[in-house]
Design a protein around this ligand. Sequence first.
Ligand code: AMP
Ligand code: FE
Ligand code: FE
Ligand code: ZN
Length: 291
Amino acid sequence: MANTMTADLHTHSNFSDGTDTPEKLIDAAVAAGLTTIALTDHDTANGWDEIAKHIPAGMRVLPGAEFSTKHPDENGELVSVHLLGYLFDRDNPAIVAEWKRMHDERAQRGARIVGKLIDGGFPITLERVEEIAGSANIGRPHIGKALVEVNAVKDVGEAFVDLLHDGSPYYVPLQSTSLAGGIKLINDAGGVAVIAHPRAREAAAVLTEDVLASLVPLGLAGLEVNHYGHDADARAELSDIATRLGLLQTGSSDYHGTNKKDVHIGMNCTPDDVVEEIIARGAIAPFGPAQ
Ligand code: AMP
Ligand code: FE
Ligand code: FE
Ligand code: ZN
């Protein structure tokens, strides 16, 4: 089989902080000429049933999720690391418990960020943010949309630059599980664990080759090498590390619909042989065309 590049293994729907329904996400994937996507909403598998209903012939979907985790830097400060899990058993009790906790944690943390913004004079309300999130766990992009609605910023990207970034006085961190704990959760549920965008944002400094090497025996399977948050040097460095550590190398868009306006589905892809390897290792089969 030719090693084509028609698989995008990191996308978000409106079951987390993307703006497309799973059905629209599939439409966008088809329009971009993709044949495989992974649905990786933050800390939830709630979109899996809905996307399974809308898969046309010639398309398959790897059910997955992006786990929020933390890893300490050299001073012991906890830094956010995103971890992709593919093809795991979502009924695994430890995952169910972690996501129940994360649902409540995201609600409380979202309310605290909104409270700080209101105290800072921004005329948003928690009710409106909850409405924007709908049934999804609350994330900063939902708060960003509320800020756009009151004309505090022009778009969600500007909301992050001005108000929602990790160093902002309005920021409240998520109380997440450890990176090692997340890798264990995914592996215990039969899934495949890949660190998302390891050189984007603040995770870059903590994810040294030594740290990554220490995670391999725990079940780390791969690194997301090709991602819009990585420049050419970062991609080359990660590719070398992955080769030395025997890790899979993926590429993906991290599509969020209109919440990340410069990110297009399929803008980075994963080679077929890597996709097949992930499928071979996963506990469950990819979703195929709806019957
Ligand atoms: P949270 O999970 O609530 O901490 O929010 C983090 C999410 O915000 C990430 O997963 C991205 O979807 C989104 N995000 C981070 N930076 C930006 C940005 N500059 N523009 C738009 N969305 C962003
Ligand atoms: Fe997101
Ligand atoms: Fe991420
Ligand atoms: Zn993502």
